[in-house]
Design a protein around this ligand. Structure first.
Ligand code: IMP
Ligand code: MG
Length: 172
């Protein structure tokens, strides 16, 4: 794979949309403590930009899941590599994900979290690729709906690379 990046979503657009999402969450959780749970590693950029823009009191945790190998299509197997550090029981939990593709990761994660009795549970994703959905999965808020293209940047990788690009790009 050579490395030609076609920008799909600029840094400016990402930051503007994430600010809106942060404001929406602030409004919904007014007066409460939001427990953000990021799904490693793809969500790191989104989660930090989101958190920086939120005014609510918040706490953070991370889990690590793999559903992709190093290729560009889903293996269909979801594995938990790193569990939560803290209990989510009775907390207002917001799961922060980079992208919903087949939906396998988030449907697994939602089931896992619902079993742990949070006070409330919301899933938010920066990107949504609805054309690729295999498993039905509910997402409460998404940043951008995108076409069925393999993308990198802003936390998303191809074979662990390009996560540091400050924009979302299609590799060609
Ligand atoms: P799902 O379980 O098929 O919904 O896949 C979700 C995970 O696959 C995401 O959290 C990403 O880590 C990865 N993924 C899905 N689509 C892309 C893409 O276009 N580029 C990079 N990673 C992707
Ligand atoms: Mg991911």
């Amino acid at each position: 794979m050579n490395t030609n990046f076609d920008v799909m979503i600029s840094q400016e657009k990402l930051e503007k949309r994430i600010k809106e999402m942060a404001a929406e969450l602030d409004k919904e959780y007014e007066g409460r403590t939001v427990h953000l749970v990021g799904i490693l590693k793809g969500s790191v950029m989104f989660m930090s930009e989101l958190a920086k823009n939120m005014k609510s009191e918040l706490t953070m945790d991370f889990i690590s899941i793999s559903s992709y190998g190093d290729g560009t299509s889903s293996s269909g197997i979801v594995r938990l590599n790193k569990d939560l550090d803290e209990s989510i029981e009775g907390r207002d939990v917001v799961i922060v994900e980079d992208i919903v593709d087949s939906g396998r990761t988030l449907s697994y994660v939602r089931r896992m979290f619902e079993d742990k009795a949070p006070k409330s549970l919301k899933i938010i994703t920066l990107l949504d690729k609805p054309d690729r959905r295999v498993v039905d999965c509910k997402v409460e808020m998404s940043g951008f709906v995108i076409p069925d293209k393999f993308i990198v940047g802003y936390g998303l990788d191809y074979a662990q690379k390009y996560r540091n690009l400050p924009y979302i790009a299609v590799v060609s």
